[in-house]
Design a protein around this ligand. Sequence first.
Ligand code: S3P
Length: 443
Amino acid sequence: MRTDFLVQAGGKLSGTLRVPGDKSISHRSIILGAVAEGDTEVAGFLEGEDALATMNIFRALGVRIEGPEHGRVLVHGVGLRGLKAPPGVLDCGNSGTSMRLICGLLAGQNFDAELSGDQSLRRRPMRRVAEPLGLMGAQIRTDDGRPPLKISGKARLRAIDYTMPVASAQVKSALLLAGLYAEGETRITEIAPTRDHTERMLEALGRPVRRQGATVALTGGPLRGTRIEVPADISSAAFFMVGAAIAPGSDIMLTDVGVNPTRTGVIDILRLMGADIELMNPRRFGGEPVADIRVRYAPLAGVRIPRALVPLAIDEFPALFIAAANARAETLLAGAEELRVKESDRIQAMADGLGALGIGATPLADGMRIRGCADAAERASAYRGGTIDSHGDHRVAMAFAIAALRSAAPIEIRDCANVATSFPGFADLARGCGLAIALARTA
Ligand code: S3P
């Protein structure tokens, strides 16, 4: 079954909405809850395909998990040594987070396991986890650096002191999870700060993580089940933030959004461009900061995106490229070569799509140069409608859906079923606040 989006041109966004739960935190609630002692009760869990893949994997590893039901999940933790050998290959679907984090956890078990996934995931680089885990003593076989990952049990893990060559929260988290099983203190140094949900959740489950500058350190030992409330995902909210920022007359309120400072690069970049964004009602869900975010239309200007913000907005560039397409003058992104190895090559997929609409976008090895089309008279030729291939990438699909708010003609986006990996119900929620989006399903 193929799903396409057909989005009519124009409109504005308004109203109050809560986007679904944070994907990164939802994965971690299952992974850490599963190996904790006692129950972990999760509220606001993201019932998207990626987090459900993680849940199914832990069921296959012998963990009893109730739900999800309206975002509620109850994980009956089995303790660090309670996982069981799975009956077959563990399917991560489209989810790099499932594969990399669970690989770290499985490296410390006393049984063999194999992790695989869909076509997109089988193309993604896995040496970044297999190599450092190997240094810890794990035995992991890849297919020339790509999935499937064959992890042999019975390895005794030892702690390492490791500087990561890439800025990756998934790699950091895989090593922290393996570190739970290692002898000694595992120390990981980052070349740039990345999302720290694993560290915060480990602490919430009673396992302290020492942080010293760019280094995090953890000693193995048991976790204690707890209650976790998952904030709304800022990466999903980003599409509505950009939509409201580009469409005149827009005024939206996004509630309960996770605003962990390792995730808020999208707010900083949009503000640099001139966006009107207000954070209200700041509070905490456990260890995670949360706020309501109000976005009103304001004219945007192109910027050079500061490199330090790249890892803090790494999933938001498809949406941010649409903001750039609507800004006065040029936007330049560099230092973002990681975008080439996401669910799709997001630099190429976005450059192709922007090109199909008539927008001047030049892909670079590590980023993109986008000539904004803020002038209404230019839009008929330089920001037309058209047909876009999402390359099966959820965030590319949603970015171009939002782009239709300012295009001169409708935009059709092909191959959007994977939107359900991170944002089930996207089209309904978007329609409810003013986007003229329809779904077409073909067998
Ligand atoms: C994630 C980390 C990021 C991000 C991904 C989720 C996580 O990946 O792109 O969507 O939950 O740890 P990298 O660590 O590969 O940058």
